[in-house]
Write a protein that binds this ligand. Structure first.
Ligand SMILES: Nc1ncnc2c1ncn2[C@@H]1O[C@H](COP(=O)(O)OP(=O)(O)OP(=O)(O)O)[C@@H](O)[C@H]1O
Length: 274
């Protein structure tokens, strides 16, 4: 279980998390129950990555507290945080041509303490196969495509066998089938998952609970059908949303709100410089 209370992050005189308005002055709260998949959604720059990174103390807090299974992360050593929480960020910075895919995934085993050679090899192979990149085990990581590298990063997190995983846009580089496969396998990465997603249909389908951020504040939090509604989404994204539901599947339609308000206005990206 992860709990965050009254989180506030600042950079200079700007509040990145915790909101500027008096209604959000208490900061950001987050509750991630054991066994849940919690999705964090919101527009670009709303603070999703910042929130995720505060949970592993990768971003300094101006105020507030994060606990993982009751332990205050500000009092844990880095190694102890990594034993409890696997983290997959947005960017892969692999540049060393001698590092193979298997080497990369084996880094996830470091947190687990000593394993015998056979057990370590099997753990790496299992994690790669689970993420659908088993055939690349001996390839240099730098030769893989963006989507393949993304799945290797998830395999490394799975190999870590931490009780919690934090995943920042894990479907970013993936084609639609791999998006579906990856999200269906979230619980094989860790029993409890916090995942940043832009795709609201996938968030609705795969998350038990959704947290919607806007300008560094939580504007809605709850089950998908209570958060992913036109009344909640439209003011946050500046669009007109339609939601059609078929069983567990949500289908969204979006239209730019301004287009309805001012049909003759030109979108900014179509304007030409004088
Ligand atoms: N170290 C920093 N110093 C100053 N500003 C920062 C810093 N890190 C993030 N920001 C700003 O904080 C805001 C939130 O950034 P963050 O990356 O959390 O947003 P996000 O919701 O994950 O965005 P995206 O959907 O584009 O990935 C952005 O405006 C960003 O420019």
């Amino acid at each position: 279980m992860i709990t965050a209370r009254a989180l506030r992050v600042r950079a200079g005189d700007r509040t990145l998390l915790g909101g500027e308005s008096s209604s959000s002055s208490a900061g950001v709260d987050l509750d991630v129950p054991t066994g849940a998949v919690v999705g964090i959604v919101g527009p670009n720059g709303s603070g999703k990555s910042t929130l995720l990174r505060t949970l592993i103390r990768a971003v300094p807090l101006a105020s507030g507290e994060v606990r993982v299974d009751g332990e205050d992360v500000s009092r844990l050593r880095r190694r102890d945080i990594a034993r409890r929480v696997a983290f997959v960020g947005q960017h892969s910075d692999a540049t060393d041509p001698t590092v193979t895919v298997a080497d990369e995934v084996a880094l996830g085993l470091v947190q687990r303490g000593p394993l015998g050679r056979d057990a370590a090899d099997r753990a790496v192979a299992d994690a790669l196969i689970a993420m659908g990149v088993g055939e690349h085990a001996r390839s240099p990581l730098v030769t893989l495509s963006g989507g393949e590298r993304q799945r290797v990063a998830l395999a490394r997190a799975a190999a870590q066998r931490a009780p919690h995983a934090l995943l920042d846009e894990p479907t970013n580089h993936l084609d639609i089938r791999h998006r579906l496969d990856t999200l269906a396998m979230l619980r094989r990465i860790a029993p409890t998952v916090v995942v940043v997603l832009h795709d609201l249909e996938l968030a609705a389908r795969f998350c038990d609970h959704i947290v919607l951020l806007d300008a560094g504040a939580v504007v809605a939090s709850g089950p998908p059908d209570s958060v992913l509604t036109p009344a909640v989404l439209d003011p946050v994204y500046g669009v007109r949303t339609t939601v059609h539901r078929e069983g567990d599947t949500f289908l969204f339609g979006f239209d730019r709100a301004e287009a309805h308000l001012s049909p003759t206005s030109t979108p900014p990206f179509e304007r030409t410089s004088p």
